[in-house]
Write a protein that binds this ligand. Structure first.
Ligand code: FPP
Ligand code: MG
Length: 328
């Protein structure tokens, strides 16, 4: 059987999961049996690929020390930020399913879920500031940079819903903020937490950013090409919610299809949305989006070319294959 990503990288997934759960288990202000603690634990245990913690640990292998307690704490913090953002994302997107199971707000109600997401992101920033000493300012990468950029990325996405004049640059900037910068920061903080050289950490940042761009573009393509079963949520929901992703930007260039896409507005009948979805799938927009995705995968490898002789370079090859899928 094909090894999982943590197995291929020889990363102790159980330790990562334990550290993530410990954030809530040992929170002195939250009783273990409270709805809050149980909801967070349920969310964390509901699955997820743990990509961000894996990136932290892979980054730490570029340091002079074996990944220690600090690297694992940072890995857990990265997943906590990501999980908090998904609670809010599902509320904003009105997504009732996450990882094939009912999303948190459908169980707790929207107001409680907003509070749970707020608590998780605030607590993690507090924890991260506790890990920081004067010469370890890099942990701010995760707390300040990543969380603010995530919120800004989501805000841009909201502002541009049904905005069919969105430019490619605006789409790429939003994608960078929403997805790529957190992945990039994970590799960088991992490296710096294990005393890697700043130049090495900077290269890993660029590698992670390019992989993150490829990852989000793939997510945007899959919304058109995958089945609801494979996605764990309804397919085609981006278009229905007015999300102008890369496939839509390319499809808008088609003189016949462009006006049909522009006619999709809040409350458009499902039949109209389905017809546009089918037309986008038939055209070349998904293929062109995939070309852009592969371009980012090539960029990722170029960014770490100087690290080829590093003993941990194999970690990057594994990550690259994983993010690249079969077609890279
Ligand atoms: C998934 O996008 C969502 C994100 C990558 C980021 C969401 C960020 C926020 C809602 C800001 C709030 C942040 C904090 C820390 C509370 P998607 O909808 O394209 O992917 P999906 O298919 O997984 O839903
Ligand atoms: Mg979403």
């Amino acid at each position: 059987m094909k090894p999982s990503l943590p197995e291929a990288l020889q990363i102790d997934l159980r330790r990562i999961n334990r550290d993530i759960e410990n954030i809530i288990r040992y929170d002195k202000d939250v009783p273990r049996t409270s709805v809050l603690a149980r909801s967070v634990l349920q969310l964390i245990r509901s699955g997820g690929k743990r990509l961000r913690p894996v990136l932290v640990i892979a980054g730490s292998r570029f340091g002079s020390a074996e990944p220690g307690r600090r690297s694992y704490q940072l890995a857990a913090a990265a997943e906590f930020i990501h999980a908090a953002s998904l609670i809010h994302d599902d509320i904003i997107d009105r997504s009732e399913l996450r990882r094939g199971a009912p999303s948190l707000h459908t169980q707790t109600g929207v107001t409680a879920a907003v509070h749970i997401g707020n608590y998780m992101s605030a607590r993690v920033v507090e924890l991260l500031s506790g890990y920081t000493s004067n010469h370890e300012r890099f942990v701010h990468d995760l707390s300040a940079l990543a969380t603010a950029q995530l919120c800004l990325g989501e805000y841009e996405q909201l502002q541009h819903a049904y905005d069919y004049d969105l430019s490619l640059e605006q789409y790429l900037e939003k994608t960078r903020r929403k997805t790529a910068q957190l992945m990039a920061a994970c590799l960088r903080v991992g490296a710096l937490s294990a005393d890697a050289k700043p130049e090495t950490a900077a290269m890993l940042y660029r590698f992670g950013e390019a992989l993150g761009m490829a990852f989000q573009i793939e997510d945007d393509i899959l919304d058109y090409s995958a089945t609801a079963e494979a996605l764990g949520k309804p397919a085609g929901s981006d278009l229905a919610r007015g999300q102008v992703t890369l496939p839509v930007l390319y499809a808008l260039e088609d003189p016949d299809l462009g006006p049909c896409i522009r006619s999709i507005q809040p409350g458009s009948p499902a039949a109209d949305i389905d017809a546009v979805l089918a037309a986008i799938r038939r055209g070349d927009a998904l293929e062109r989006s995939d070309l852009m995705r592969r371009q980012y995968l090539r960029e990722a490898l170029l960014a770490v070319e100087p690290l080829r002789s590093h003993p941990a370079y194999g970690q990057l090859e594994v990550l690259h294959r994983y993010f690249g899928g079969k077609t890279a």
